[in-house]
Design a protein around this ligand. Sequence first.
Ligand code: PHB
Length: 404
Amino acid sequence: MSDIGKRVEGRRKFLQDGMALGGAVALGGVLPSVALAQGAAKIKIGLMLPYTGTFGQVGLNVSNAFKLAILENGGKIAGREVEYFTVDDESEPSKATDNANRLVNRDKVDVLVGTVHSGVQMGMVKIARESGILHIIPNAGVAAATTSLCAPNIFRTSFANGQTTYPMGEVVAKKGHKNVVTLSWRYAAGEEMVAGFKDSFTKGGGKIVKELWLPFPNVEFQALLTEIASLKPDAVFVFFAGGGAAKFLKDWQAAGLKDKVPLYGPGFLTDGVLEAVGNAAEGIETTLHYADGIETPRNKAFRLAFAKAYKTQPDVYAVQGFDAGLLLIAGLNAVKGDFGKKKEIIAAMEKANIDSPRGKWTMSKGHNPVQNFYLRKVVGTENRVIGVAMKALDYPPAALCKMR
Ligand code: PHB
């Protein structure tokens, strides 16, 4: 079948699956349609996330918090019970389309939720565009998902990569640092994180003296740390996350650089790793759309509920997963749980008022959060808010999305 043929066939399939009677086909036609019309069929949720490797804990926190949002909603969505179909995507781009395809076409999930890694995300976006399935991205920040490849059925509750680092470039320039070295994994997320930082840092008069890279998910930092020491920059900007961020922070301290060279990055560098790194992150400033210490009743209630349910502290990834659950609930409440009403679901998700632990945010025209970016500082095991670096940031601009 041609690409276009496949796409048309895929969209037709989604619409059928989305209608109440489509569920009977998926279940072998054994349920009477009246039971389905009353909402008896479970909502099938596909969770495609990394549960192993450097982003294993990140994926688990997204997953757990998504489920927490549903549990706090009585364990149901719009009166319908839910069933989870879980896939460990291993942060492996080469397996992404097969994994997503299996959830959509074999398991026949109603909604596809995932993922963390930008490269894997590109495969999921491809399947979501071809099939037309409702798709919610709870982390991966690859810009294309909400700009050049945006689509009515694709939503993101997290960020675009450069959106988290654009505020940091301004902060570092205003501190008076002139010569900065950047260091990251070389893949879509790392490249976009560095580009966002560079954009505002150079506008503020700064200069990137060297860009250093490592293949994902390599954590052999030693040679690069030696190079940084010899370059003697005013400051260093890095993007690492999950297990890789914890290892980097410890190696940075062990190399004796912590007290010599100021280190900056998006908040992923210090989120979800503080318990594991001792005092290696103490004092580091980052920018992010969330901070542990946000003093609102909503954030406090969320942190308490997450810690009680999962015996560990939540982080930015948990917040994004939680908001993905809230977004799905908002969409389905508007249609009493009927996936056949795709247009109405999308309209409700576009204007949803998500009561997020991070504070208020709105959905851009490209379906990416327009949100505030906090300046944070590590104090003990907390990412504390020390200011707001940028307000209601839409970056890269949603105007790059030509959805309609
Ligand atoms: C990404 O690959 O898009 C990504 C992964 C982990 C993060 C942020 C972005 O913390």
